[in-house]
Ligand binder design. Structure first.
Ligand code: ADP
Ligand code: MG
Length: 728
């Protein structure tokens, strides 16, 4: 935050108020240098002594919070799989009979560092039974440095560490509390907004957040600061919207009786209602003379491509060019082939003057130089109406005659920078942009929550498409393991095809030897493409099965030829890395096996399973894992198992991340990082803030009426955030 006179307290160096020693400790542990950064170091929660449970009175199968001292620690290796168990024994003062409680942390690296003998901490978790004693599994904990005394007030529990324990943070905050005045912490939200929501003024809310008389006061204060963040971000977005409104794009209204109409007339299927509705929406966006920014979200296989193609043809009919950007060469080539096929004669330009078809071209990095040059000429001259390609399209040498529309397929695989590079090729007027995805990236979800991204959704699959069945396969259980392989041969014997995706390409030779000795021995090892292929090749039941491997280290021609023969049905089982993640469209493939699925992210898994069940045959996705059912990573797999809604999955993905990362902003004390606001949980608050901002900015001269707000708003969102908000 910029140092302005009114915010001199927050901008002051910590040493001024807390002394050099404390200041340097806070900087070392948290990276804080200013008072403001430290003030926004909020308690994670509060404990009231009444909530504590003595160890001697632990209930079974219930959630408890205990304050206790570590008396013993130990560690043991897991036998059946990778990982270790860190075990902590604690005792508390509330239980006079010296009763102890055990806790276990699976792969508890952090716990091992934090919980050394003698440390006092607050633990909370669910009481379970193990062998002959009660224990807590993976409890949450906060390190304290004194046993909580019978205090009348709730104890704030801060993010803390051994070097900067909770007590010291409280003491330092108490020193600052004397300075929590209206002068030091000036209010900037408009009075009527505060009133409408019954929020405290800033300095009072801050005191309630750190030192509440009752826990509920802290939560009301928390709402205030969360709202403040939402409000300021909405204000920044409103300003950005105002600027965008002034950007220019060439209007590309629908022309009757040309390519777009001819295409509709020759479609081999009927568009679904949603495809038609979204198409109409896009068509009217393209008619505007400011740039369209639209996200087209739709289940894998929901038919987004044909929607995009209709928009592309509208733009070409209106005299512009369109670019379709795909994340991989395989996908670009596939789009090229299927679009040429769908267009048929419409992709064959007639004699000059007839204006029947348009030229569709493919530009990828691996094309021959001469061919690339020719393709680029077609683009520059305007002869080519639709150019399909990978990031090779972004190169400097590619010049468009009149780029009117950029379609980005599978948005999650692209950096926003790459998209901007293409947009920059349109000259003064910006091209319209349509971004397609089955799994929006977290930032997109955030922008949608903020109400700042136009989104169209296709929820229903085209008729005759069966939804995909997804199952977790626990590899520790022999029965499941053998069933996995028999499911594969069953599909093959029905004449269907199978994908097997592995998290890596190869293993070291030594490892591979062990892995292949017997499959049992591979327990807990990450499966590789090469090892899996060898394994299947060596299994008697796969003797007649045609198996090939595919991965990114092969050269483009080899990859293409393997993909082609899989598409022709000449390969039964394709063992690969995630190169097949997006777009690949082989209708006869019905089974997707994902090995060590916990190694993949939510959106990757969702994309991968979308590769099967595309041709009217029902699809199945099997995700294998060696992890225990209660491992946190298996929770993620369960989410995938339970829903096929891409937006729901993106939200789950978002909820897993730290809020601060969502806006792509470093947490380094910048005011605009989200400290209190949760994009998922505070959705209602965000909508409220948006409405308030709309009301406010509709007032004439609001800046003059609320000078304080205006001056804070200018600085609140820092440059990196501004840049980030602008990338869409
Ligand atoms: P995605 O949304 O995953 O990109 P695609 O656009 O690749 O999906 O469409 C999947 C398949 O469904 C394609 O083969 C496409 O031709 C077909 N398709 C699209 N729309 C319809 C429809 N309305 N009826 C029948 N099939 C359709
Ligand atoms: Mg697609």
């Amino acid at each position: 935050m910029a140092k302005s006179a009114t915010f001199s307290f927050e901008a002051a160096e910590l040493a001024t108020y807390l002394g050099a020693k404390n200041a340097s400790a806070l900087e070392k542990v948290f990276g804080y240098t200013t008072v403001g950064q430290f003030l926004w170091h909020f308690p994670r929660r509060y404990v009231e002594v009444g909530e504590l449970t003595p160890i001697s009175e632990l209930p079974f199968d219930d959630h408890v919070t205990v304050v206790a001292q570590v008396v013993n620690v130990s560690q043991r290796q897991m036998h059946s799989r990778r990982g270790f168990i860190f075990e902590v024994t604690v005792s508390d003062e509330l239980s006079s009979d010296g009763q102890e409680l055990k806790m276990t942390f699976f792969n508890g690296y952090q716990a091992r560092t934090d919980l050394q003998v003698g440390v006092i901490a607050m633990f909370s978790g669910k009481v379970g039974w193990y062998q002959d004693h009660l224990q807590l599994n993976q409890p949450d904990y906060a390190i304290l440095d004194e046993v909580a005394q019978a205090e009348p007030r709730p104890i704030p529990i801060y993010p803390a560490s051994a070097k900067m324990p909770n007590k010291r943070i409280r003491d330092l905050m108490a020193v600052l509390e004397e300075e929590f005045t209206a002068e030091n912490l000036p209010e900037f939200l408009p009075e009527k907004v505060l009133k409408a929501h019954s929020f405290q003024r800033r300095h009072m809310a801050l005191a309630d957040r750190h030192f509440p008389k009752e826990t509920k006061h802290a939560y009301i204060a928390r709402q205030r600061f969360a709202f403040e963040e939402a409000f300021m971000l909405q204000l920044a977005l409103a300003e950005r919207g105002r600027q965008l409104g002034t950007q220019h794009a060439v209007a590309r209204p629908k022309v009757v009786g040309k390519l777009a109409d001819n295409f509709d007339a020759q479609l081999p299927f009927t568009l679904t209602e949603e495809q038609v509705a979204v198409g109409d929406q896009i068509s009217s966006d393209l008619t505007q003379s400011h740039p369209m920014h639209r996200l087209l979200q739709g289940e894998v296989g929901s038919g987004k491509t044909v929607v995009a193609l209709r928009a592309i043809l509208q733009v070409i009919d209106a005299g512009g060019q369109a670019a379709l950007l795909a994340p991989t060469e395989v996908l670009a080539s596939q789009h090229y082939a299927s679009i040429k096929k769908m267009l048929g004669p419409l992709a064959e330009p007639g004699l000059f003057g007839e204006g029947e078809g348009t030229v569709v071209a493919l530009l990828t990095g691996s094309a021959k130089t001469a061919h690339r040059r020719e393709t680029r000429l077609g683009i520059a001259s305007g002869k080519t109406g639709l150019i399909i390609g990978t990031h090779a399209l972004l190169g400097d040498q590619v010049q468009f005659a009149d780029l009117g529309l950029v379609v980005v397929d599978e948005q999650h695989r692209f950096g926003v920078e790459q998209r901007d590079a293409l947009r920059a090729k349109a000259g003064d007027a910006l091209p319209h942009t349509l971004v397609m995805t089955a799994t929006p990236i977290p930032r997109t979800v955030a922008m949608t929550v903020f109400g700042d991204l136009e989104t169209s959704t296709i929820k229903r699959l085209p008729a005759g498409r069966a939804p995909i069945q997804t199952h977790i396969v626990p590899m520790q259980l022999t029965g499941f393991r053998s069933r996995l392989f028999s499911r594969m041969t069953e599909e093959v014997s029905k004449g269907h095809q199978v994908y097997v995706v592995c998290p890596r390409i190869s293993d070291s030779t030594a490892e591979q030897g062990v892995l292949l000795a017997t499959y049992e021995d591979s327990a807990g090892q990450t499966m590789s493409v090469e090892a899996m292929k060898e394994l299947l090749d060596g299994m008697p039941e796969f003797v007649a099965v045609r198996i090939e491997a595919l991965h990114s280290q092969m050269d483009a021609a080899e990859k293409q030829s393997i993909m082609d023969s899989f598409a022709r049905g000449d390969i039964d089982v394709l063992v690969s890395t995630t190169v097949i993640e997006v777009g690949v469209d082989v209708h006869n493939a019905t089974l997707m096996v994902i090995m060590d699925a916990e190694r993949f992210g939510i959106s990757q898994l969702h994309q991968l399973r979308g590769r099967v069940g595309r041709g009217g045959l029902p699809g199945t996705c099997l995700m294998t894992t060696w992890l225990d059912a209660d491992h946190p990573s298996v929770g993620r797999l369960k989410t995938i198992e339970s829903t096929t809604d891409g937006f729901e999955l993106a939200e789950a993905d978002l909820a897993e991340r730290k809020e601060g990362n969502i806006l792509g902003v470093q947490q380094s004390g910048s005011k605009s990082s989200l400290r209190e606001l949760s994009i998922i949980k505070d959705r209602a608050l965000i909508e409220q803030a948006r409405a308030d901002v709309v009301n406010l900015t509709e007032e004439a001269n609001w800046g003059k009426t609320y000078p304080q707000l205006l001056s804070v708003a200018g600085n609140w969102v820092d440059d990196s955030t501004k840049e980030y908000l602008n990338k869409n």
